[in-house]
Design a protein around this ligand. Structure first.
Ligand SMILES: [Zn+2]
Length: 264
Protein backbone atom coordinates (compact mmCIF):
# COMPACT_ATOMS: atom_id res chain seq x y z
CA UNK A 1 0.00 0.00 0.00
CA UNK A 2 1.48 3.34 -1.00
CA UNK A 3 1.32 6.48 1.14
CA UNK A 4 -1.50 8.03 -0.87
CA UNK A 5 -3.72 4.96 -0.56
CA UNK A 6 -2.90 4.81 3.16
CA UNK A 7 -3.92 8.46 3.64
CA UNK A 8 -7.16 7.89 1.76
CA UNK A 9 -7.93 4.82 3.89
CA UNK A 10 -7.25 6.67 7.16
CA UNK A 11 -9.45 9.52 5.99
CA UNK A 12 -12.25 7.11 5.02
CA UNK A 13 -12.05 5.32 8.38
CA UNK A 14 -12.11 8.68 10.17
CA UNK A 15 -15.31 9.67 8.40
CA UNK A 16 -16.82 6.25 9.13
CA UNK A 17 -16.05 6.55 12.87
CA UNK A 18 -17.35 10.13 13.03
CA UNK A 19 -20.54 9.10 11.24
CA UNK A 20 -21.16 6.08 13.48
CA UNK A 21 -20.62 8.23 16.61
CA UNK A 22 -23.22 10.75 15.45
CA UNK A 23 -25.76 8.08 14.54
CA UNK A 24 -25.23 6.32 17.90
CA UNK A 25 -25.84 9.56 19.80
CA UNK A 26 -29.07 10.27 17.98
CA UNK A 27 -30.47 6.76 18.48
CA UNK A 28 -34.03 6.90 19.72
CA UNK A 29 -36.26 4.18 21.07
CA UNK A 30 -39.88 4.22 22.25
CA UNK A 31 -41.18 1.44 24.46
CA UNK A 32 -44.14 0.69 26.73
CA UNK A 33 -42.92 0.20 30.30
CA UNK A 34 -46.27 -0.45 32.00
CA UNK A 35 -49.55 -1.65 30.55
CA UNK A 36 -52.91 -0.83 32.10
CA UNK A 37 -52.27 2.91 32.06
CA UNK A 38 -52.91 3.42 28.34
CA UNK A 39 -55.02 6.26 27.04
CA UNK A 40 -55.65 8.51 24.05
CA UNK A 41 -53.70 11.72 24.64
CA UNK A 42 -55.55 13.44 21.76
CA UNK A 43 -58.73 13.27 23.91
CA UNK A 44 -57.20 15.90 26.17
CA UNK A 45 -57.97 18.72 23.76
CA UNK A 46 -56.06 21.48 25.56
CA UNK A 47 -53.02 19.31 26.17
CA UNK A 48 -52.92 17.89 22.65
CA UNK A 49 -53.27 21.34 21.07
CA UNK A 50 -50.03 22.37 22.76
CA UNK A 51 -47.97 19.30 21.88
CA UNK A 52 -45.60 19.86 18.89
CA UNK A 53 -46.94 18.07 15.81
CA UNK A 54 -44.25 15.75 14.44
CA UNK A 55 -43.57 12.13 13.59
CA UNK A 56 -41.98 11.44 16.97
CA UNK A 57 -44.95 13.04 18.80
CA UNK A 58 -47.33 10.78 16.84
CA UNK A 59 -45.21 7.74 17.70
CA UNK A 60 -45.24 8.59 21.43
CA UNK A 61 -49.00 9.22 21.36
CA UNK A 62 -49.55 5.87 19.57
CA UNK A 63 -47.40 4.12 22.17
CA UNK A 64 -49.32 5.84 25.01
CA UNK A 65 -52.49 4.02 23.91
CA UNK A 66 -50.84 0.77 25.02
CA UNK A 67 -49.56 2.00 28.38
CA UNK A 68 -46.84 4.16 29.93
CA UNK A 69 -44.41 5.17 27.16
CA UNK A 70 -40.70 5.75 27.66
CA UNK A 71 -38.51 7.45 25.06
CA UNK A 72 -34.76 6.75 25.14
CA UNK A 73 -32.18 9.04 23.56
CA UNK A 74 -28.59 7.83 23.33
CA UNK A 75 -27.00 4.42 23.24
CA UNK A 76 -26.71 3.67 26.96
CA UNK A 77 -23.27 5.27 27.32
CA UNK A 78 -22.37 8.37 29.35
CA UNK A 79 -24.42 9.73 32.22
CA UNK A 80 -27.91 8.22 32.28
CA UNK A 81 -30.75 10.38 33.53
CA UNK A 82 -34.51 10.04 33.72
CA UNK A 83 -37.22 12.66 33.27
CA UNK A 84 -40.74 11.87 34.44
CA UNK A 85 -43.97 13.85 33.82
CA UNK A 86 -47.68 13.20 34.12
CA UNK A 87 -47.65 11.39 37.46
CA UNK A 88 -50.80 13.44 38.03
CA UNK A 89 -53.01 13.40 34.93
CA UNK A 90 -54.49 16.86 35.57
CA UNK A 91 -51.07 18.57 35.51
CA UNK A 92 -50.58 19.52 31.88
CA UNK A 93 -47.58 21.92 31.67
CA UNK A 94 -44.88 19.32 32.46
CA UNK A 95 -46.29 16.73 30.04
CA UNK A 96 -46.22 19.31 27.24
CA UNK A 97 -42.72 20.45 28.23
CA UNK A 98 -41.61 16.79 28.14
CA UNK A 99 -43.03 16.42 24.61
CA UNK A 100 -41.21 19.60 23.56
CA UNK A 101 -38.02 18.19 25.02
CA UNK A 102 -38.51 14.90 23.15
CA UNK A 103 -38.82 16.89 19.90
CA UNK A 104 -35.76 19.00 20.79
CA UNK A 105 -33.55 16.00 21.61
CA UNK A 106 -34.65 14.01 18.57
CA UNK A 107 -31.65 13.78 16.23
CA UNK A 108 -29.51 15.93 18.52
CA UNK A 109 -26.05 14.93 19.69
CA UNK A 110 -26.09 14.41 23.45
CA UNK A 111 -23.40 13.41 25.93
CA UNK A 112 -25.17 10.55 27.63
CA UNK A 113 -28.50 8.77 27.72
CA UNK A 114 -31.85 10.37 28.51
CA UNK A 115 -34.95 8.38 29.41
CA UNK A 116 -38.16 10.40 29.20
CA UNK A 117 -41.54 9.24 30.50
CA UNK A 118 -43.82 12.07 29.28
CA UNK A 119 -47.08 10.52 30.56
CA UNK A 120 -46.90 8.15 33.51
CA UNK A 121 -50.61 7.48 33.12
CA UNK A 122 -51.82 8.39 29.62
CA UNK A 123 -55.30 7.30 30.75
CA UNK A 124 -55.33 9.96 33.49
CA UNK A 125 -53.90 12.62 31.14
CA UNK A 126 -56.54 11.78 28.50
CA UNK A 127 -59.26 12.41 31.11
CA UNK A 128 -57.35 15.20 32.87
CA UNK A 129 -57.86 13.40 36.18
CA UNK A 130 -55.42 13.48 39.06
CA UNK A 131 -55.66 9.83 40.12
CA UNK A 132 -55.26 6.51 38.34
CA UNK A 133 -57.67 3.78 39.50
CA UNK A 134 -58.34 5.84 42.61
CA UNK A 135 -54.62 6.02 43.40
CA UNK A 136 -52.44 9.08 43.82
CA UNK A 137 -49.45 7.75 41.88
CA UNK A 138 -47.15 10.07 43.79
CA UNK A 139 -47.90 8.24 47.02
CA UNK A 140 -47.47 4.64 45.88
CA UNK A 141 -44.00 4.59 44.27
CA UNK A 142 -42.95 2.41 47.24
CA UNK A 143 -45.70 -0.17 46.51
CA UNK A 144 -44.71 -3.04 44.20
CA UNK A 145 -46.81 -3.35 41.06
CA UNK A 146 -47.75 0.32 40.68
CA UNK A 147 -46.75 2.39 37.60
CA UNK A 148 -44.55 4.71 39.67
CA UNK A 149 -42.86 1.77 41.40
CA UNK A 150 -42.11 0.38 37.92
CA UNK A 151 -40.34 3.67 37.10
CA UNK A 152 -38.12 3.36 40.19
CA UNK A 153 -37.37 -0.30 39.47
CA UNK A 154 -36.43 0.59 35.91
CA UNK A 155 -34.25 3.52 37.03
CA UNK A 156 -32.33 1.11 39.27
CA UNK A 157 -31.98 -1.52 36.53
CA UNK A 158 -30.80 1.06 34.00
CA UNK A 159 -28.34 2.51 36.54
CA UNK A 160 -29.81 6.00 36.20
CA UNK A 161 -27.65 8.60 37.95
CA UNK A 162 -30.31 11.30 38.42
CA UNK A 163 -34.09 11.49 38.26
CA UNK A 164 -36.32 14.52 37.75
CA UNK A 165 -40.08 14.33 38.38
CA UNK A 166 -41.95 17.27 36.85
CA UNK A 167 -45.31 18.50 38.12
CA UNK A 168 -47.50 21.58 38.37
CA UNK A 169 -49.04 23.07 41.47
CA UNK A 170 -52.23 25.12 41.74
CA UNK A 171 -52.05 28.67 43.11
CA UNK A 172 -52.74 28.47 46.84
CA UNK A 173 -51.85 24.77 46.91
CA UNK A 174 -48.71 23.09 48.28
CA UNK A 175 -46.13 24.36 47.36
CA UNK A 176 -48.19 26.73 45.16
CA UNK A 177 -45.19 28.28 43.40
CA UNK A 178 -42.49 27.54 40.82
CA UNK A 179 -40.14 25.44 42.92
CA UNK A 180 -37.65 22.60 43.18
CA UNK A 181 -38.18 20.11 46.00
CA UNK A 182 -35.45 17.90 47.41
CA UNK A 183 -34.01 16.30 50.54
CA UNK A 184 -30.53 16.30 52.04
CA UNK A 185 -30.47 12.78 53.45
CA UNK A 186 -29.71 10.00 52.64
CA UNK A 187 -28.81 11.34 49.16
CA UNK A 188 -27.21 14.78 49.39
CA UNK A 189 -26.98 14.86 45.59
CA UNK A 190 -30.72 15.62 45.61
CA UNK A 191 -30.08 18.92 47.39
CA UNK A 192 -27.06 19.83 45.22
CA UNK A 193 -29.01 19.21 42.04
CA UNK A 194 -32.07 21.11 43.31
CA UNK A 195 -29.88 24.06 44.26
CA UNK A 196 -28.49 24.25 40.70
CA UNK A 197 -31.87 23.85 38.96
CA UNK A 198 -33.45 26.40 41.27
CA UNK A 199 -30.79 29.03 40.44
CA UNK A 200 -30.70 28.24 36.72
CA UNK A 201 -34.48 28.20 36.19
CA UNK A 202 -35.48 30.92 38.65
CA UNK A 203 -37.53 28.57 40.85
CA UNK A 204 -37.68 28.53 44.66
CA UNK A 205 -35.58 25.93 46.47
CA UNK A 206 -37.57 23.88 48.99
CA UNK A 207 -35.81 21.21 51.00
CA UNK A 208 -36.45 18.85 53.83
CA UNK A 209 -33.89 16.91 55.76
CA UNK A 210 -34.85 13.29 55.26
CA UNK A 211 -36.50 11.56 52.28
CA UNK A 212 -39.58 9.44 52.92
CA UNK A 213 -40.80 11.35 55.99
CA UNK A 214 -43.33 13.86 54.61
CA UNK A 215 -44.04 12.02 51.33
CA UNK A 216 -43.18 8.33 51.82
CA UNK A 217 -44.44 7.07 48.43
CA UNK A 218 -43.45 10.05 46.26
CA UNK A 219 -41.31 9.27 43.20
CA UNK A 220 -38.66 11.73 44.41
CA UNK A 221 -38.50 10.29 47.93
CA UNK A 222 -38.45 6.63 46.88
CA UNK A 223 -35.71 7.43 44.35
CA UNK A 224 -33.64 9.29 46.95
CA UNK A 225 -34.07 6.41 49.42
CA UNK A 226 -32.76 4.11 46.66
CA UNK A 227 -29.70 6.43 46.45
CA UNK A 228 -30.65 7.81 43.04
CA UNK A 229 -30.50 11.62 43.46
CA UNK A 230 -33.96 12.98 42.64
CA UNK A 231 -35.87 16.26 42.60
CA UNK A 232 -39.51 17.26 42.14
CA UNK A 233 -39.90 20.31 39.92
CA UNK A 234 -43.15 22.28 40.18
CA UNK A 235 -44.59 25.09 38.07
CA UNK A 236 -47.60 27.17 39.08
CA UNK A 237 -50.70 26.32 37.03
CA UNK A 238 -54.26 25.43 38.06
CA UNK A 239 -55.21 21.78 37.61
CA UNK A 240 -56.40 20.93 34.10
CA UNK A 241 -55.11 24.24 32.71
CA UNK A 242 -51.92 25.68 31.24
CA UNK A 243 -51.00 28.95 32.98
CA UNK A 244 -49.17 31.50 30.84
CA UNK A 245 -45.42 30.79 30.93
CA UNK A 246 -45.81 27.50 32.85
CA UNK A 247 -44.73 25.25 29.96
CA UNK A 248 -41.59 27.29 29.26
CA UNK A 249 -40.77 27.36 33.00
CA UNK A 250 -41.14 23.58 33.24
CA UNK A 251 -39.02 23.22 30.07
CA UNK A 252 -36.28 25.42 31.53
CA UNK A 253 -36.28 23.27 34.68
CA UNK A 254 -35.81 20.19 32.46
CA UNK A 255 -32.94 21.81 30.54
CA UNK A 256 -31.28 22.82 33.83
CA UNK A 257 -31.63 19.20 35.01
CA UNK A 258 -29.89 17.97 31.83
CA UNK A 259 -27.17 20.64 32.12
CA UNK A 260 -26.46 19.79 35.75
CA UNK A 261 -25.98 16.18 34.74
CA UNK A 262 -23.69 17.07 31.83
CA UNK A 263 -25.94 15.61 29.16
CA UNK A 264 -26.34 18.82 27.15
ZN1 LIG B 1 -48.31 16.63 40.88
Amino acid sequence: MNQKTMKALVCFLGILIAFSTVSAASAVQIQTIYSGTGGDITKNKLGYKNIPKSTISSQVIASAKKGTPMVTFGDGSGPKVMIVAGVHGNELPATIAAMKLINYLNGKHIKGTVYIVPFVSPYSTSKSTRYWKGKNLNSVANKAGTPTNKIITLAKQLKVKSLGDFHSTRPGGVPGKNSILCTKSPTYGSYKMAYYISKKSGSALIYEYRAGVSYPGAVEDVSNLARIPAVTCEVKSSHGTIASGSVSKSYSQMLAFLMYNGVI
